[in-house]
Design a protein around this ligand. Sequence first.
Ligand SMILES: [Zn+2]
Length: 320
Amino acid sequence: MAVMTTRREFIAAAAAAAAVSGVALERGEDAAERGIKVRFLGSGAAGWHKSMAKNPHARRQSSVLLDGRALIDFTKCSFDKLPEGCRPEVLFQTHSHGDHYNPLAAVKSGVKRMYVHETWASAARAEVSAAAAKLGLPAPEVRALQFGRFVEECGMRFMSVPANHSTSRVTDGVLERTSLYLVEKGPARLLYATDTGGICGDAARMIGIDPHIQKTKSPDGSDFIAPFVHTAKPITALIMEATNGDTDDDFRIFVHSSVQTVSRIVDMLKKHSRYAPPPGQSAYITHLAIKYREWPAEKVNADIPSTLRSAYDGLEVVLG
Ligand SMILES: [Zn+2]
């Protein structure tokens, strides 16, 4: 155990140094082993136009690449920040809004599998097939996700949990449900939370960060975390949207978050030991507001609480 502690301290010190210097962690040989390598392919909300690419600080539509293999959300502009020669294997979709989901881009990315919530899986399957036929490329297999169940991909475990967000898509009479993702790898538990207005109660329960404590054990020992049998377990890393910028005076407060929302969540979860990042590791905001759309990350960081840091396009960090 002593070795583990020393190792964790070493990682924490590296993360702290990176956080202080504002420089992303280098790609160490054991980077994949010590946490989840997150590369932000985009860090802005909707409204990207390719003419903005001239500005190195402009923010593309939000997307991340995890451990160089798994994508969460992907659109046409996401290709810009994919590493040279990168061949992502899977794509997890948070929802079907156009700044997160693009069937043509999904097919062109070359992913083999694509995961969407079961409420819109049949629609996604038809759209991706049509895109593949148009491009003359193979279509990824579209798999339906249920909330609260883990799937394993690329050495990580992904669990879809409900977002507090909404689309107008109805498939077979059912309204689409939108997703956040809990991503686990070793001791790392990363919550990727966009698009969402705060974190809703069902999601908090499934993740294990709500105020309740475990009452019973899962009867069959499966990975399903039923709302009433979860084990309280802190997350160790958080990436969350701040679409509303630094104001709560925004009608979209029901479906999007502000910097203040994220800051309050971070403080509250820390206070109740539901968010326990390695020392020096900040929570990141992404899907940034129009106000911050073309601001350099340092300028955003000076404008937000010190517990948070701004993601930016191309930023790569290892989150433990
Ligand atoms: Zn959306």
